[in-house]
Design a protein around this ligand. Structure first.
Ligand code: SF4
Length: 401
């Protein structure tokens, strides 16, 4: 369905917070999900001192703080930590990249492209006009990121070549590794020319085809192919012990409902290794030797981080719900936590049949499931997901189709 935008883009940032039902919410862009240890520590301290004590991980690998008490002080702290490098461009730095890239698997290291893409976005004054919803994707060929249906992306097809992905589909255009960042920036400029009032490329009539034509007309040396890649949504969260190409260890850790307590984040920072926030509400702590990785699991598993790929927590996601959202009919996060703790989230099983009018304690569902406090289903992941939706008459279960 084509949407016509009449209201302004209201994506929150740090300098413009969102008035949630439980107070101001600040969203902090983390290009590529890449955080240095001192940045993790700065976020933990800010969550503790200026917000509700938790760092929320978003479905774009960004982070947000709720109940912010002093946005100006938050802005100063984040600027000092290098997490707010541009006032004008803060909300356009939406870049997701294959989290394990350069360390485990993949054709090439797309994480290495993130700083150049981020710098290129910030260097172009006009690109500050991009809607805050525009998403840039960098997939190293394993297929974990292109399926997120970003607006402008590249997807490695071999060590030196990328497919150009527009609105989540292969455009057929191929570009060499050295030109990939420039081409994405050119596509961002092209989108601004085409977009009219729309926020996302897929909302623009024939947007991907018109943007492809624009790129082919304005840039030389682009190759096209008749065999587009099939791009699908993956649910392949990196969890547990991962041996890197350099024989060091990365640890993938699920964060229940994407809410990372500041105290846990302080422990992650204390390991003094780079941390990557994934778009699946998990983190990857990288570049450890085995002894350090063993200590991390020993300390952080009891604090609630998930290192077991078979945990039911990895099957569930939930919207903000009550009290963060005024539209919510219930405290959906408390309900889903109770479902996990009482064994009603089943990892594998017969898909749930459609039911309605259920009390929270009656909901039992197998496989991936998203719980929502109302019919809008905010934050619902892509792909086959059972919806569990609060209504005025109790929960309704809508099986994945
Ligand atoms: S799904 Fe409904 S209740 Fe949940 S965050 Fe969105 S609007 Fe609020």
């Amino acid at each position: 369905m084509m949407t016509s935008r009449t209201d302004p883009d209201s994506c929150p940032g740090v300098l413009r917070t969102h008035e949630a039902a439980d107070g101001p919410l600040a969203r902090i862009r983390v290009p590529g999900g890449r955080l240095a240890p001192d940045q993790v520590q700065a976020l933990a301290a800010a969550a503790q001192d200026l917000a509700d004590g938790n760092i929320e991980l978003t479905s774009r690998g960004n982070v947000q703080l709720r109940q912010v008490r002093d946005a100006a002080a938050l802005g100063e702290r984040l600027t000092a930590a290098g997490l707010l490098p541009s006032a004008s461009h803060e909300r356009v730095r939406n870049i997701v990249a294959s989290p394990l890239s350069g360390r485990v698997g993949g054709w090439t290291d797309v994480q290495a492209l993130v700083p150049a893409l981020d710098a290129g976005l910030r260097a172009a004054a006009r690109l500050a006009d991009l809607p805050g919803r525009v998403l840039f994707t960098l997939d190293d060929g394993r297929g974990d990121i292109s399926g997120l249906h970003g607006d402008i992306g590249v997807h490695a097809v071999d060590e030196n070549t990328y497919a150009v992905v527009l609105a989540g589909r292969d455009s057929g255009v191929r570009v060499g590794a050295a030109e990939a960042v420039d081409l994405m920036l050119a596509a961002a400029h092209g989108f601004l020319e085409l977009r009219g009032e729309q926020w996302r490329l897929h909302e623009v009539p024939d947007g991907p085809a018109r943007l492809t034509d624009h790129l082919l007309a304005t840039r030389t040396g682009l190759d096209t192919t008749a065999e587009p890649l099939e791009i699908a949504a993956h649910h392949d969260i990196p969890i547990g012990w991962l041996t890197q190409a350099d024989d060091r260890v990365a640890l993938g850790a699920g964060v229940p409902l994407g809410s990372l307590p500041a105290r846990t984040a302080e422990f992650l920072a204390a390991v003094e290794r780079p941390l990557i926030v994934t778009p699946w509400r998990s983190v990857v702590l990288t570049d450890m030797d085995e002894w350090v990785a063993e200590q991390v699991v020993r300390v952080l598993a009891p604090m609630g981080l998930i290192f077991d790929a078979n945990s039911p927590w990895l099957q569930v996601s939930a919207c903000a719900g009550m009290p963060g959202c005024a539209k919510s009919l219930t405290d959906v996060r408390a309900d889903v936590a109770e479902a996990v703790h009482t064994g009603r989230v089943i990892i594998e099983g017969t898909p749930q049949s459609a039911l309605e009018g259920l009390d929270a304690g009656q909901v039992v569902a197998a496989g991936r499931q998203h719980w929502s406090g109302c019919d809008r289903r905010c934050g619902r992941p892509r792909g086959a997901v059972t919806d569990i939706i609060a209504t005025a008459d109790g929960y309704r279960i809508v099986p994945s189709s």
